[in-house]
Design a protein around this ligand. Sequence first.
Ligand code: IVH
Length: 709
Amino acid sequence: MISNSPQDIRKDLGCAKSSDAGGSLSRSYLESEDVILSDSVKEATNEIAELRKQIDDHNYHYYVLDQPLIDDAQFDRLMRRLIELENLFPSLIAADSPTQRVGGMVAGGFERVTHLTAMRSLGNAFSAEDLLAFDQKVRSGLAVDGQLEYIVELKIDGLAINLTYENGRLISGVTRGDGTQGENVTSNIRTIKSVPLFLRPDRVSVSPVLEVRGEVYMPKGEFERLNRERQDIGEALLANPRNAAAGSLRQLDPKVTAQRSLDIFLYGIGVYTGIELTTHEQMLGYLKKLGFKINFQYQVFDNIADVIKYCQGFAEKRHDLPYDIDGMVIKVNNLASQQVLGYTAKDPRWAIAYKFPAEQAITVVEDIFVGLGRTGVLTPTAILRPVTVAGSIISRATLHNQDFIEEKDIRIGDTVAIHKAGEVIPEVVSVITEKRTGEERIFTMPTICPECEGHVVRMEGEAAHKCTNPHCPALFREGLIHFVSRDAMNIDGLGPAVLLALVDAGLVKSAADLYKLTMEQVLNVPRMGQKSVQNLLSAIENSKQAGLARVLFGLGIRHVGVKAAGIVARHFGNIAAVQQATVEELVVLDEIGIKIAESIVAYFATPENLQLSADLDAAGVKLTEEQQKKDENQLFAGKTFVLTGTLETMNRTEAAEIIERLGGKVSGSVSKKTSYVLAGAEAGSKLDKAQKLGVEILDEEQFKQLIDE
Ligand code: IVH
C-alpha cells in the first residue's frame, strides 16, 4: 500500500505542479465569489486538517506498526482528496502535510546545524572479557555489588540522526556529523515514512522541545534491489547497505532519497522536559507511544553473564535479520545511574558497543587487475592470496576506482585486511602499513586501455576511468554477454566462453549475427557436441520471440534497466516508435527520468545502433511489445510478490514480468507486507520466513491458476 507517492497521484490528477495548477483556480475563485470563498476556505481547512490527521495515522499503522487499517485503494483515495484540496487552495499547503514528504531540491548543499545536546559515540568491546571489564567499571562507578540492570539493543548499522520536534512537530533532521554539528537533511528525513511528522499527544504528554536519536538504515532487500538496478544500468555497485543509506540521505534531491526506501529505528533521547522517566526501557516505551519506530529485539538482564550470552547469540542470528547490525549496544538501564556514571572525554561510561567477531581476514594483494565493463568503465580488482572469510574462500576484492585505491593507499604487495559479510562484495578495509617492506608497488590506472590500447580518460566529475574507443572489443564482448543474459534475450547455453569462442572465430561481429549461426559453424567451437549445438541453436531461435522489452534491455543502453526497458517497450509498442521518441515524450512516463530519456535518444541517434536494430529486425527478432493499457486486468494491483527457488515452466524474470504486467510488484525480501511468495524447487530461507510470518505461499501451479494460464 501507500505505493503511490503524492507525486504519482498528482501526475495522475493532471497537476503538473501543485502551486501552478491550484494557484490560478483559487485566484479566479477569489475574484468572483468572495463570500463563498471564506466559507469554502474554512471548510477546506477543516477537511484538510482531518485528512492529514487520518493519513498520518494510516502511515503510522502501516510503516511503524506494520498493521495497516485500510487497503491501498482506500489510502489512495484519502491522499487524492487531500491533493485535490491542496491544489484548489495552495495557500493551505503546509511543509508538514503528508503530501509534502518529498520536497524540492536542497540548493547549495546542506546547512550545518548544532545539536542541542552533543551526540556521543560508543566505546567498543570485542570479547566476553571486555564486557566483564565494562561491568566491573560500571559497578565500581556506582558502588553496587548486587543486581544491576542492563538493557541490550541491536546496534543498527546505518547512520545516526538527530530529530528535533517542537510542540510535537518535526522541525529538523540532522546527521551526527562531528557529534556537535551535523548536516541538516530534513527534506530527506521527511521522505522516510516511518518518521512521524507529528507526534501523537493523544497517548502521552509531549516534551515541548524534544530531541530524539536513532539510526537511519537501508533494509537488505532494498539494498539488493538498488544494486541489481545499478548493475542493469552499468553503474558502480554500492559496497554495503550502510554506505547506500549514507549516500541516499546526502542526496540534494529528496526525490532520489524517496525512491530508496530508507527506514529508521529510534534508540535515545537528547533534550526532553516535563516527562518522568526512570529507565531506558521506559524511554523506549515513551518513544513508541509518541509514534516512533523502535527495535523490539531489546532485552533487559540483571547480570552480565546473560548479557554476554544474548550478545553472542546474535552473531549468528544477525544474518536472518532484514537489516544489517554490526554489534549490540549494552546500556545501564537506570537513567539516574547513567547520569552518575557520566562520560569520559569521548564515550559514555554507562554504555558500550559489543562488536561481533570480525568477518575480516588478513591477506596479501598479489596483483591488481583492470577489467572493463560494457560501458567502458575500467574497474580495478585486487588479486588476493586466497583466504577464508565468513565461510567462503576469497581471492579477489573490488577496488572500485582510482580514488578508492588512493584513499586507502593500497599497493601491490601490501598486506591488507579484507571484509566479507553475507552477500556483500568482498572489500579491502585497510592496509596494514606496519607490514610494508618497501617492495610494494604503487598502482596507477592505465592511460591506455588494456584491451584495445584506446585512450583512457577520467570522466569529469566522476570517479570512473573510461576507455574512449567506441570500438573497444571489451565493450563489444561485454555488451554481447549482456545481450544474451537471463534478463535480456535469455539464451541458455551461451555462456561467456562459448560466446567468446564464436567472436574469436569471426562468426559473431554483432548481436544480430547470433541469429545467422549454423550447426556446422558452432560445431567447430571446442567442446561443443551435436546435442549442445542443437540446444543452443533452438535457444537462439526461441529468443527471437523475447519481445521488445528484453531487446531494449539487451541493447545495453546506458541507464536503461529491466524496468525502464519494460515501461518504454509497453508504452511505445514497437521499435520504430521508440527510435522516434523525443526526450519530452519519454520523461512523462512513470519512472523514466531525464538521464534515461536522454540516453535512449542519444542511443538511437547513432547510425550504427539503428543498423543493429534493423539487422535484428531482418533476422526475425520480434521488436514489438503488447501495449499495456492501464487498468486492464490489474489483478495484482497493490500486491507484492517475492520469488524464490527454481520454477519449472518459466524463469523468475518471466514470472516477474507477468506480475508487473498485472499491476503487482516484485520485492527481494519477505516481510509481513508481502502478499504472496511464489516458491519453486529448492526454495530456501525466504520460504521459511514466509511460513513463519504466515505469508501466503503459491507453487507454480497455483500461480498459473491465479493468472488463468
Ligand atoms: S546509543 C551515547 N544505541 O552506533 C549513546 N547507538 O558507535 C549513543 N547505533 O553513533 C549511541 N544502534 O549511530 C546507540 N541501539 C543503539 C544503536 C546505536 C546503532 C550507532 C549510533 C552511534 C554509534 C556508536
